[in-house]
Design a binder for this molecule. Sequence first.
Ligand code: 0L1
Ligand code: MG
Length: 265
Amino acid sequence: MSANNLNAEQIAAAAAHLERAELERYEVTKLTDDYPEMTYKDAFDIQWEIRRRKEERGHKVVGLKMGLTSWAKMKQMGVEHPCYGFLVDYFTVPDGGEVKFDELIHPKIEAEVAFVTKKALKGPGITIADVLAATDFLLPAVEVIDSRYKDFKFDLKSVIADNSSSTRFLTGGQMARVEDVDLKNFGVVMEINGEVVATGAGAAVLGHPAASVAMLANMFGERGEEIPAGTFIMTGGITAAVSVNKGDNFSVRYQGLGTVTGRFV
Ligand code: 0L1
Ligand code: MG
């Protein structure tokens, strides 16, 4: 990974700036406008500093997510590589629960499959086979993303620093073993207010959702970090991200993994 161009004070200031935008619900311009010289290492350091700030205040990290994992989405957003983010306790919304729209800026929802690990994964060199062997079970998930950047306009470094637009997520449905789900071909149907708005199949996620977990382990490995056993990992959107409004009900059906529902209030 590249070296830093920003110093510790700049990284701390950028993390505070982005976290304030999340907590106080306002848009900012992309971070590379403020720090054009920032590197990928700076971007990840800012994300890890946001994580540290939350943990220091007593929040618990409850999972990880991969983002921008479909080639179509990378092209749509003008970026060239997936990214990752962390999930904390207050991001959790129960299946069938309510997402408070007024706490968010311009939320969108994505249908994802999540892996829960039973063994630690440490890159480099982690493969799909390693991931499948290390997986305890799968769960369906709906991710609510909410970029802090005006009009969702960013570049890859800016979105990494912004915890990859993470904000809320729901999981539930039905757990399954990896051998019981055809991870490349299983289908997903997303409905909002009873109308189908998006469909997809598992292969939309880097060709195979386990490849997303492998990439996460290998990206963590670049920082000398491992993914501990027992980690909940959302692997990236199977469907396009769909904008939602206050009052919307959503329901996502996952072949072999049940249904996740919720409502924006
Ligand atoms: O989870 C995702 O794929 C989103 C990552 C960040 C990009 C975005 O906000 O659209
Ligand atoms: Mg996502």
